[in-house]
Design a protein around this ligand. Sequence first.
Ligand code: ADP
Ligand code: MG
Ligand code: MG
Length: 906
Amino acid sequence: MSKKNVYTFGGGKAEGNTSMKALLGGKGANLAEMNQIGVPVPAGFTVTTEMCIAYGKEGKEKTFTSIKKEVETGIKHIEKIMNKKFNDPADPLLVSVRSGAAVSMPGMMDTVLNLGLNDQTVQGLAQKSGNERFAWDSYRRFIQMFGDVVMGIEAEGKEDIDPFEAAIQAAKDTKGVMQDTELDADDLKTLVKTYKKIVRDHTGRDFPTDPWEQLWDAIAAVFGSWDNERAHRYRELNNIPHDIGTAVNVQAMVYGNMGENSATGVAFTRDAATGENLFNGEYLINAQGEDVVAGVRTPQQITLEGSRRWVQLNNISEQERKAKYPSLEEMMPAAYKELRQIEEKLEKHYADMQDLEFTIQDGRLWLLQTRTGKRTGVAMLRIAMDMLSEGIIDEKTTLLRVEPNKLDELLHPVFDPEALAKATVLAKGLPASPGAASGKIVFFADEAEEWSARGEAVILVRIETSPEDVSGMNAARGILTARGGMTSHAAVVARGMGKCCISGAGTIKIDYKKRTMSMEGASFKEGDWISLNGNTGEVIEGKVATREPEMSGDFGKLMKLCDKYTRMYVRTNADTPEDSKRAREFGARGIGLCRTEHMFFEGDRIKAVREMILADDEAGRRKALKKLLPMQREDFEGLYRAMDGLPVTIRLLDPPLHEFVPHEEKNQQEMAKEMGISLSEVKQKVESLSEFNPMLGHRGCRLGNTYPEITEMQTRAIIEAALNVQAEGVDAQPEIMVPLIGKKEELVLQEKIIRETAAKVFEERKTSIPFLVGTMIEIPRAALTADEIAEVAEFFSFGTNDLTQMTFGYSRDDAGSFLGIYKDLGILENDPFQVLDQVGVGQLVEMGTRKGRSKNPKLKVGICGEHGGEPSSVKFCHQVGMDYVSCSPFRVPIARLAAAQAALEK
Ligand code: ADP
Ligand code: MG
Ligand code: MG
């Protein structure tokens, strides 16, 4: 037997079902399923996605030959159920031809309705229905849609309007009416003539009159549209494979344009924006297909409740509402009642919120589509939790249904959607850190601090940012950079702060001197208002109203549920008590990474740091470090208090010293004055610290091993702080982490200094506290020799930022120039600094964990790179058996959910 390429449905039976989405497309599979469960759906058939692939590979002729019989049988099937004949001049069967891939895909061919009409069949349709206007309305719609999507007739230029639209507008103008429904049969007959002329003028051929020719042309157009540029681009953007194809659905028409007792509409079983369990939707009387969405007329609300809410928003009186915008519930109570029953049935059956399309023909209800409804993050959470408590889904399904990344939307302030709809977008960059921010443009970090101290809301606009800018970034409402990727300094720091950030908005030109930022067609100066949409990467003109996100009790309930199923726990990367507290509220169970260097930039500290760097000998360094000690100690005390009862991993100094000295002459001069030395001496020192490749240079434990006094000071601060807060009754759990180990010996030396210093402090204080000594695994050699290193280390924390950098040999700060191109070329699937490269870098992580545990079964293993907050990477960490992941405070809930999902997906 030859392969089956066409699947029929109708009359309560179907050859397909919802599990066959890959073969029948989402639309086709669900049309079949609805038939199976007794929902009224017009009969039809689906040509498989495989035939679309064949069409692309083997061409039209061969493909059509192989499906010709089946399509003809399919039409017979519809004829039998509808008791009408295709191409019958007395009582014609008309069909719609609808595309439908496995994943919803705008950009594909649009639907053609009323196919099968010509000058003869339109007469039959008019006679049989006793409604001449309806017949000609259907005919003009058919020519327009077919002309549009099959024959490719479109507006000439971007500013012109579609010729068919122009023609119907002219007809309405001539008659002096506003609505399509006000055109009568004669007007429509004239319009059909005009439409046919448009077709002839644009294509040089007559509109095809043979229904079979129309049908095959339409099928070809659907298959052909799979390869059009729009569809291609959409798939690229959304990571949809190019080889899955689309199905074609051919389905008997039902008519919502048959008069005042007919209608068409779309509905949602729950509110897609808020998640409220409220059936809602819009409809139009005497209309067809997409009139509702296309905004041909103002659509009306389906439910009375929805209608009342709608008039309130639009400032319309109840009287006017009843007269002009009555609900379907009021207008067609019987059909409405049935729609409610079906809506409930479908939601229960699919156990998820559904998005429905329906048509009422002369009082009789038909369903034309059901699919899982798209929703906001807020709605996603609420619907999942509601459905759990309603008993529609179980705990496991609830957890798996919530998308970790979408939780992000719930944690940051949001723009008011109405204000956003009216906004002007100036430029687009990367949505580096989500959220919504409005403020005045400021170009310099110190000024951002000054302005914000005066109470101004500012957006820090930079070509790129550096560690010197951190406090300015902290003071700003949002950060915009013209350069840099998703893991640029600005992006990483902003995410850590939970601050809205757009990075790499390349069309923006920044002139620091003139203090202006410009893009095509517009220029802005310091002090002008702009807004950033960190969820989309859109830079918006002026001030857009925001509102606090609604953090309902559902959020807490979901997090509790995560804890019930997860194996791994989540820590946070935090350097301040405020961040630690916030992270703890989000459920962080400790600090996985405290970067001590961030603390060195604050206030007067940088002076002491610079003094240490400039010192010529150990004695000089020790003198400067002594000044830093009390400040560091105080920092750590704050962290321990915030994390009372939870572990706090503190990393010893990591960056090259060069990052702490000023590079601009103005600042160098200041420094010279402060230190009482000459500018040239400062310059010389700065010069001597500069390295060709600082990321591979004098940093990490190489600093601690060449200047042991730094490790000594930091250890002392860590231990003394712990003892101080212990005396207050705080349960401090320090974990000292040595960065950038490549050889076991490096750790051995550092550990010795740490343990000796701690012992000294214990001796001085006549008391002690338990602490751990461990290391980052971030150099490939460390992962390869993890078994040796684990003989010394009590814990491992995978620093996957550096590990990725060194495994790929991509400089994190320079990769922006080619990563995008590499993705386009298909060399890289993702930015490896965002999504852990499981195949390559992942091997090192897996091996490091396994080897480490082989020597030290008690070894605690975690991750503290950016990947610790990225869902697919978190799942990988679960699989290799890590104890915890650590991420920035605002990613903690996301990581918790991803960790729980990982435990369930196994
Ligand atoms: P899309 O994928 O863009 O939603 P559809 O194929 O669902 O396109 O169709 C567009 C519109 O036409 C929808 O409103 C749908 O309900 C309507 N429609 C499609 N087929 C028929 C039909 N056989 N009878 C009546 N309306 C139809
Ligand atoms: Mg459409
Ligand atoms: Mg649809």
